[in-house]
Ligand binder design. Structure first.
Ligand code: FAD
Length: 379
């Protein structure tokens, strides 16, 4: 973005956002739907959460506008992912117009023709990157995959493990996530979930944890049933395995952050079966608040029994009846693992869990570039 004054855009966005992110998003969507009513049907019936998502994406784009190596892959993923919204790419100009109208409205007198030109150029680049990535995959990949729920195993009152079958294999890599729409229960509401099995087959295991008041997690945990239709969006995320890497692995998971770790274990198991190389040793630390939330204990024990290169440690933070390791999962991992620079590390869980664990790892001497993480927050 050579000709774009990124500092000016960041200052301008901060001033606009000071009016309240919800206000800005509300203005944006009102403008869009009044001027271009045909765009309304691409969005879910309830718009409150959608407003957060728009602002979240804008904040990420504006704050990373000078870190193109981070921003471009994110925009490409976003562009590929947005194909599931149907004709959205045809509406990029309308979206750009609504965005500039909202920025102009909240900037007041500080909105100048120069600033408008800067925003317009930046939006043009964002839209071109997104639509370019979407077009690149359009010939080979559907905008979404249709899936059917085979089984919903409600393991606790707020965690379910779902088995779903897709109409074609979804080309994700172990560790990546896919967006999921509970088509019948929550049409046009998409959230990311992470397959807990290696790719290649038609069956995918998903782990969903209910967030109070959250529409999609509530649907998946409470109401979705065997036989329900789901739609699965394209793969998303950069936390993946390098097949050539031979270093020992440490995996640290909080709650359903276990899903990508199980996909990694499955993938490493398959590679080990096909290769003459010795398998990579894996230490998996799984953290939950209480014994009740230790929702996948039987599967983890079975995996540890099957693979002699895998050890599993379950850590419970808030349950005095637990006789195993207690505390934060990251704390127990840093106590137990020696020689962090020799390991590749994967961390997944809530944004707070990931941030805390990354700090603990840094203090214990794990080089940050060897620590890969995924946050189960808003995307
Ligand atoms: C890349 C990625 C992969 C993911 N994979 C999984 C997965 O495998 N399993 C899984 O259970 N979830 C996963 N998530 C989270 C999931 O996408 C949804 O955000 C979550 O299920 C809530 O959706 P919802 O519609 O029920 O609630 P929303 O309407 O999206 O959110 C409800 C409320 O909860 C808040 N919130 C959102 N996330 C969190 C959080 N982590 N902690 C606290 N508050 C939060 C929101 O701000 C909002 O106020 C993943 C997220 C990302 C970004």
């Amino acid at each position: 973005m050579a000709d774009i004054d990124t500092a000016a855009l960041q200052r301008s966005f901060a001033a606009v956002a000071a009016h309240g992110p919800d206000e800005v998003a509300q203005y944006f969507y009102s403008y869009l739907f009044l001027r271009y009513p045909e765009t309304r049907e691409m969005f879910p019936p309830g718009m409150a959460r959608q407003r957060d998502r728009l602002v979240g994406a804008l904040v990420r784009i504006v704050t990373q506008v000078d870190q193109l190596d981070e921003l471009v892959p994110y925009l490409q993923d976003l562009g590929r992912d947005h194909r599931k919204f149907g004709a959205l790419s045809a509406h990029y100009p309308a979206v750009g117009e609504a965005l500039l109208a909202a920025l102009a409205h909240f900037s007041g007198p500080s909105w100048t023709p120069e600033l408008a030109a800067q925003w317009s150029a930046a939006y043009g680049l964002v839209a071109a990157t997104m639509s370019g990535a979407a077009e690149q995959v359009a010939a080979d990949e559907p905008a979404w995959w249709d899936a059917e729920v085979l089984e919903v195993d409600r393991r606790t009152f707020d965690i379910a493990v779902l088995r779903v079958r897709t109409d074609q294999p979804v080309p994700y890599l172990a560790g990546q996530s896919v967006s999921v729409e509970p088509t019948e229960r929550r049409p046009r509401e998409w959230r990311f979930y992470t397959p807990a099995v290696a790719p290649g087959g038609l069956e995918i295991e998903l782990h969903a944890r209910l967030l109070p008041g959250g529409p999609v997690s509530t649907a998946l945990v409470r109401s979705v049933d065997k036989g329900d239709a789901l739609r699965i969006g394209p793969p998303f995320g950069r936390m993946v395995l390098d097949p050539a890497d031979r270093r020992p692995v440490v995996m640290i998971a909080g709650s359903t952050g276990l899903a990508p770790m199980k996909a990694f274990v499955d993938q490493l198991g398959r590679w080990a079966a096909e290769s003459a190389n010795p398998p990579r040793p894996v230490e998996l630390f799984f953290g939950a608040r209480s014994r009740r939330e230790d929702y996948d204990a039987a599967d983890l024990a079975a995996l540890a029994g099957r693979y002699d290169w895998l050890t599993v440690t379950t850590v419970i933070s808030d349950d005095i009846r637990w006789t195993g390791p207690r505390g934060l999962v990251g704390e127990v991992a840093v106590e137990r693992v020696r020689d962090w620079p020799a390991h590749e590390v994967f961390v997944c869980g809530s944004p707070e869990m990931v941030a805390t664990t990354r700090d603990l790892l840094a203090a214990a001497g794990a080089p940050p570039e060897q620590v890969h993480s995924e946050e189960f927050g808003q995307a």
